[in-house]
Design a protein around this ligand. Structure first.
Ligand SMILES: Nc1ncnc2c1ncn2[C@@H]1O[C@H](COP(=O)(O)OP(=O)(O)OP(=O)(O)O)[C@@H](O)[C@H]1O
Length: 265
């Protein structure tokens, strides 16, 4: 870590704590001693060029990638040394990038949400009220529960994916490029829903995006990854107003309006 990194959220409960995380694929060292925290009710943005390691960090947190070193703590429990039981996996919910492949096409929206609410008793009938409330939370009508994912637009599917993540009542939501497959107007619709939910439900979120404008719109703090190293972590306004690390300044200079980042390669 460099001295450009400011500790965020002092004095609040920490939900996610990543300590000196190392991930390697063979000889390729993809994450190098990454440390960050996400306090309760806050959204941390994670930005960086393509290949900087953003998705790898998300995968390590949900247990899809095994770290070579360091620790990941969720509500103080060390996930790197804990068996990923169903109960542990439910504590972190990922909203993936692709709304077209993330929902099971054979299940109705109601069945998908019922399963997320209660895997042991995934009955739409038993959970009808909660399902309707979840759909309303993401600005959808309760009657969509009877329909299948392929009947919806990309933005609607992404809102359904948000509802499914909420249904699990996770400690942490990881949103990995949730708007990058969507048109700009639809992006705004999904981001509006997320902002509203954060306020109403006190959600704790790691929000991964290569799009600085989106991050500025949604996040409280922002972490900058460069070639697997965390070079800066600061409150949103500080990062956008007075970036301390030269690489952050470079990223901001390359997009004066805060628009999408240019990617490497
Ligand atoms: N399973 C894997 N095996 C080998 N290398 C991998 C694997 N997954 C990722 N990598 C490599 O790790 C590096 C970081 O990839 P990662 O997907 O985490 O970057 P990213 O910042 O999320 O990029 P993007 O914005 O393009 O999704 C890349 O060089 C990638 O090729």
């Amino acid at each position: 870590m460099t001295d450009a990194i400011q500790k965020a959220g002092a004095g609040t409960t920490t939900v996610l704590e990543v300590q000196d995380l190392d991930v390697a694929f063979g000889k390729h060292h993809v994450l190098k001693e990454v440390s960050l925290t996400v306090p309760q009710g806050r959204t941390l943005g994670l930005v960086g060029e393509s290949g900087s390691g953003k998705s790898t960090l998300a995968k390590a947190i949900v247990g899809l990638v095994k770290p070579a070193g360091g620790r990941i703590l969720l509500d103080g429990v060390d996930l790197t040394h804990t068996k990923r039981t169903v109960a542990v996996r439910r504590r972190v919910q990922m909203i993936p990038q692709d709304p077209y492949s993330s929902l099971n096409p054979r299940m109705t929206i109601g069945e998908t949400l019922a399963e997320a609410l209660d895997p042991r008793r995934a009955s739409v009938k038993a959970h009808r009220t909660e399902i309707e409330a979840l759909l309303n939370r993401v600005a959808l009508d309760g009657e969509v529960a009877a329909r299948h994912p392929q009947e919806f637009s990309g933005g609607q599917r992404q809102r359904i994916a948000v509802a499914r993540a909420l249904a699990v009542r996770p400690a942490l939501i990881i949103a990995d490029e949730v708007t990058s497959a969507l048109d700009t107007s639809v992006q705004a619709e999904v981001l509006g829903v997320l902002r509203e939910l954060r306020r109403e439900l006190d959600l704790t979120m790691l929000f991964i995006s290569h799009d600085l404008a989106v991050v500025r719109h949604v996040c409280d703090e922002v972490a900058v990854l460069k070639d697997g190293e965390l070079v800066e972590l600061a409150a949103r306004d500080a990062l956008f107003g007075e970036p301390r690390h030269p690489y952050t300044r470079l990223l901001l200079d390359s997009v004066p309006d805060g628009g999408p980042l240019r990617t490497a390669g």
